[in-house]
Design a protein around this ligand. Sequence first.
Ligand SMILES: Cc1cc2nc3c(=O)[nH]c(=O)nc-3n(C[C@H](O)[C@H](O)[C@H](O)COP(=O)(O)O)c2cc1C
Length: 146
Amino acid sequence: MQRTIVYVSTHTFATKQAAAVIAAIVAPAERRNASLGVTGALIATENHFAQLIEGPDAVIATLMQSIGRDPRHRDVLVVQDGGSDRRRFSEWSLAYQGKSAYFETFVRPLVAPGPVRPADVDRLVDLLTRLAAPVARPLLRDIGAP
Ligand SMILES: Cc1cc2nc3c(=O)[nH]c(=O)nc-3n(C[C@H](O)[C@H](O)[C@H](O)COP(=O)(O)O)c2cc1C
């Protein structure tokens, strides 16, 4: 059984540390996720993370426990958790890291107090899917580049 989890969380480190902290998260996560069969995407805005992970149910459960107790973020809020019969992502990647106020608008409604609105979750998942989509390779292949 495949499982998909989407969560949002808040950084616990200073903005000036972001590049180093996020690099230290991403490099091992890329290796570990590839070996576990986990795919998905992570975005890091100025203050928040949003991540989708998908993979075998038991693997996602264990990974989510690790992520939940990681001191590099707090207020980890799962906004979607469900079974799925197909993968939406071909690999796991850091899809965005930066201070874009626009990307923050996808995360902010979900970290704000109050009920999670499914439409906001769908909007975030759509953003993650679009950012992580491997567009360049097929295009290059189509025009005969190596
Ligand atoms: C925002 C965020 C996202 C993370 N995503 C992943 C991930 O996708 N895969 C992964 O192996 N570790 C990820 N980590 C790191 C885990 O929290 C944890 O450090 C790592 O899995 C080792 O866990 P362990 O100490 O329980 O063995 C993430 C950490 C943070 C703060």
